[in-house]
Design a protein around this ligand. Structure first.
Ligand code: NAD
Ligand code: MG
Length: 300
């Protein structure tokens, strides 16, 4: 495994808005995003917390998922990542970093809104790596709309299919392979805690995720499988610059309203996933939704 000294990442002060007033096409490539998100964990010190484990991470090509893949690999896990076929260039980059950390990376393109794809992802991961220990359900669709009237039934269904139904199908497919000590981690959002004026459908999916995580955690506690969620505030990833409802001008000021006056970088969020994946760190923690909001204290 690569030591920190071998890592190419140097600690860089996270950038503050204003960013370039840019717009990406959905799903949004990290390769096209400026400034580049920080995902390598320049200040992160691995400690073999996930040695010999296997993780499947949806949305592992970019953003938070990419950073989770890289930190998991630095902790000793082999990693399978799912993404949309048009994100191949981002997935290749993630894979390069996983392999630089000395671990294996399995690339699994596919559209998660198809339940069969969810089942296949788990099967391919187990076929390749022989086991599955950590499931990270992290992919999401988000498209701001100013009013309820503008959310079509198709859009509502797509948001739920991507953010909620895929999570259900993934967990169901993963269950026969998970053992005592395994961990399920889902990416939620502050919008699932507070709501968000222009994200009625997306916020609802995140609320559903929080309830599912709490219910499933209770359901699986006897089996020794822990279930937790990470609920970030604004993070600098392709998701928002690629949201058709967020103007380039708004993108330029993304995250400005946090106490830090900037969005989080992915590698300021990803260590929470290591924490939840690692029995040595969080063996007694399940059913938790961890808000990472950059100083907002109203969440708990
Ligand atoms: P991102 O764009 O890098 O990741 C989202 C990923 O979802 C994409 O890379 C894509 O691979 C995947 N995806 C979308 N639709 C898919 C489909 N139909 N099939 C397969 N994959 C699909 O952005 P991110 O911000 O890293 O998002 C990761 C998670 O973080 C999401 O759950 C998002 O809701 C959550 N989140 C993000 C923020 C933020 O400000 N960026 C804040 C709170 C929560
Ligand atoms: Mg992506």
């Amino acid at each position: 495994m690569a030591s920190h000294a071998e890592s190419s990442a140097a600690a860089v002060e996270p950038p503050k808005p204003p960013f370039p007033a840019m717009k990406l096409d959905q799903p949004g490539l990290e390769a096209d995003l400026e400034p580049k998100p920080q995902f390598e964990g320049a200040q992160y010190r691995p400690a073999e917390k996930l040695n010999g484990k296997v993780a499947l991470i949806t949305g592992g090509d970019s953003g938070i998922g990419r950073s989770v893949a890289v930190l998991f690999a630095r902790e000793g896990a082999d990693v399978a990542i799912n993404y949309l076929p048009e994100e191949q260039v981002d997935a290749d980059e993630t894979c390069r970093h996983v392999e630089t950390a000395g671990r294996r990376c399995l690339l699994l393109p596919g559209d998660l809104t198809d339940p069969q794809v969810c089942a296949d992802l788990v099967e391919q991961t187990v076929n390749q790596f022989g086991q599955l220990d950590v499931l990270v359900s992290n992919a999401a669709h988000q498209s701001r709309k100013p009013s309820l009237e503008e959310i079509t039934t198709e859009e509502w269904n797509r948001t739920f299919a991507t953010n909620v139904h895929a999570m259900f199908h993934l967990v169901k497919a993963a269950m026969p392979h998970l053992k005592r000590g395994s961990s399920i981690i889902v990416t939620s959002s502050e919008t699932g805690l507070f709501g968000s004026e222009q994200l009625l459908d997306y916020s609802s999916t995140k609320g559903a995720i929080n309830a599912f995580v709490k219910a499933l955690a209770q359901n699986l506690v006897e089996q020794g499988i822990r279930v937790n969620a990470v609920a970030p505030g604004p993070v600098w990833t392709p998701l928002n610059p690629a949201d058709p409802g967020l103007s380039p001008e708004k993108t330029a000021h993304f995250g400005e309203k946090t106490k830090f006056k900037r969005p989080a970088q992915p590698d300021e969020i990803a260590p929470a996933y290591v924490f939840f994946a690692s029995s040595g760190d969080s063996a007694f923690i399940t059913g938790h939704v961890l808000p990472i909001l950059g100083g907002e204290t109203a969440s708990g």
